[in-house]
Design a protein around this ligand. Sequence first.
Ligand code: T5A
Length: 213
Amino acid sequence: MKGKFIVIEGIEGAGKTSAINYIAHILRKEHKIKKIKIVREPGNTPIAEKLRKLIKKGNKNEELTDISMLLLIYAARIQLIKKIIKPSIKKGSWVIGDRHTLSSFAYQGGGFKIEDKIINKIHKISMDNFKPNLTLFLDVLPSIGLKRILSRKNRDIIENKSINFFKNTRKKYIKLIKHDKKIIKINANLKINQVYRLIKNKLNSWIKIEKCL
Ligand code: T5A
């Protein structure tokens, strides 16, 4: 099979990191896929990692505006796609992404309330129609997700937001995924083993169809 791009999405504490490692395990063990690359947004290239620090922590002497944050996220995304994701897929790798463009529409649109038409404009200029082959949206209630990350120290700008911010972000995710057949919703409120089972079923069914195409 050709290289693919699978993205995992969800709010804080949805379990994306654990899910990504599990997906890599399934791809290796059950599908004998050897070339697997895990990436995260924002980040991974030297420039994108610098931008990640700015996006997450801002600057103590200057507030990062919501639009500036959005632009920095897209700048980091362009670097990652051009330098890592596209070349890896071209070489036959399966790239698993921790977040992608859906995060921008959900967080910047739903959480920060930037109008969709503004995000869409930046999106079109930046993305050149590049899209994931599959997105798994781990849907967790903010009350549950935030409890899971409660003990985390050194919280970033977004982790310090109120529960309403995450409720609005989740609401936007749910609205966005409704009519997109390439996005599968997973109930991430369940125990981790139950979440894994759902992921495995959905992923295997999708791969089965892909193999027939
Ligand atoms: N951002 C990013 C935007 O605003 N716009 C964008 O376009 C993009 C790309 C990235 C930040 O940038 C923002 C969103 C983010 O705020 P990050 O540090 O990468 O920052 O943050 P997250 O991606 O949110 O990572 P988190 O670690 O917070 O969430 P995860 O990865 O979903 O959670 P995970 O897997 O680390 O799990 C958290 C804890 O819960 C446990 C795990 O063991 C872990 O301890 N857990 C469970 N416990 C019980 N039951 C389950 N089912 C569990 N699943 C996991």
